[in-house]
Structures are given as C-alpha cells and as structure tokens.
Ligand binder design. Structure first.
Ligand code: MLT
Length: 220
C-alpha cells in the first residue's frame, strides 16, 4: 500500500461518515480489512500510517478509515462525553450502531470479507471499537485497542468466543486508569474473547513497543 499524497484515495462519504478507503493490492485473495478509528481530535488520515505499519507489507489488507461525527471544541470524536472519562451513554449506544451501519455498508460497497474485519482503535476510537464488540458481537473478527477504557457495561454480556482482542496500555496513562483497563480486559475475557493485554511504562501516547507487539499479534 502506498499513502503518498498523489496516491491518496479521495475522501468519500457513506452512511453519514466521511472516510478514506484503500483497497488491498491483492484483490484476488480474501481481503482482511483494518477499520482504523482515531482518537479525539484526529480524523480519517490519522491512523493510515499506523494501519500500513501494522499490515507489515501484506498485500491482502484493505484500510477503511472513518472520521468521528461528534465535534468537541472543533475536535472530531466518535461519541459524546460529559467530562474526561465520563461518557454520554445514550449517545455512545446510538453512535455505535451508526458506525456498525457504516461498516456494513462499506463491506457491501467494496465487497469486503465480512468475516475479516479487524478494528484498530486509539483512545476514543478504541473505546467505540470496544463498544461495537459489546453491542454488536460478530461484526468484528478481532480488535486492537490502544489505550481503551470500559465504554459501557452492557445489560448482558455478549458471546465473544473466539474473538481475539489485543489491548495496549500505559501504566502511567493519565487518562485511562490502570484499574479501568484491567476491568475492560476482564469483561472481554468473561464474554469469551481471547484477550492479550500488553502494558508499557508510558502514558496516553502510542509507543513503538506496543505497536510492534500489536503487529506481531496481528501476524499470528
Ligand atoms: C474518550 O473516549 O474520551 C477517551 O477515553 C479519551 C479521549 O479520547 O481523549
């Protein structure tokens, strides 16, 4: 894949989302799609190079990167929050289903393999990916959640048996308390997901180390 400016996909709109899509090089094979979900203040361009890095030269990976529809002081997000770490649950539930609708429509539009969608989210994007796992089980084949929190506690735990989830987290993250990450890991594990939790000694930023671990995990 090449994300140089002259090779950029155009900015598209689907199901109310602005997004970018890069098809896999090798369209003949069954294509895995990386759904890239940015953090607060990011946009559809933010995680393209991360997606490319995590794909590690594979030719059978497509990138689908939507922009969150909520604006907080000019910063795009995937759902509203009332304060740092305090989410507007009704909005989160609605936006989770809207994003799920976008994924379904994009899957049809680009004839992607619906059984090979891997979410890769950072912070706010990881939180909505976790919410999709909890509210729309089966939509994501696997997920890489960097610096995620418990997005909500569902009335009933979904069945996530056989869904691999990688969590990357920082022991010194000022936004996501250690205990919250552990609660999310436990919840996903209880739902049957195969959880791998990787800690580093950093804060809320992505580290090279956790990206490398995620890459190895994705290649398994
Ligand atoms: C959120 O979803 O609000 C995150 O946990 C923090 C952030 O995006 O800044």
């Amino acid at each position: 894949m090449n994300y140089e400016p002259d090779n950029h996909s155009s900015i598209e709109r689907l199901a109310g989302f602005i997004y970018r899509f890069f098809p896999a090089h090798d369209a003949a094979k069954s294509v895995e799609s990386f759904l890239l979900l940015h953090g607060t203040g990011g946009d559809e361009n933010d995680l393209l190079s991360l997606g490319q890095m995590l794909a590690g030269g594979r030719r059978d990976v497509a990138l689908l990167s939507p922009r969150g529809q909520v604006m907080e002081s000019g910063m795009p997000r995937f759902f509203r929050r009332l304060a740092e770490g305090m989410f507007d649950e009704a909005d989160l539930i609605r936006r989770t289903h809207e994003l799920a609708g976008f994924i379904e429509q994009a899957t049809q539009k680009y004839t992607l393999d619906e059984n090979r969608i891997t979410a890769i989210g950072f912070s706010n994007g990881a939180n909505i990916a976790a919410s999709i796992l909890l509210l729309r089980p089966g939509l994501l084949r696997r997920a890489v959640l960097f610096h995620a929190m418990v997005p909500l506690v569902p009335g009933e735990l979904p069945d996530l048996s056989g869904t691999p989830v990688f969590l990357g987290a920082g022991r010194l993250d000022p936004i996501v308390p250690t205990e919250n990450t552990e609660r999310l890991a436990a919840m996903l594990h209880e739902a049957g997901a195969e959880v791998e939790l990787f800690w580093h000694m950093g804060g809320h930023r992505l580290t090279r180390e956790e990206v490398e671990k995620a890459k190895q995990w994705l290649a398994k």
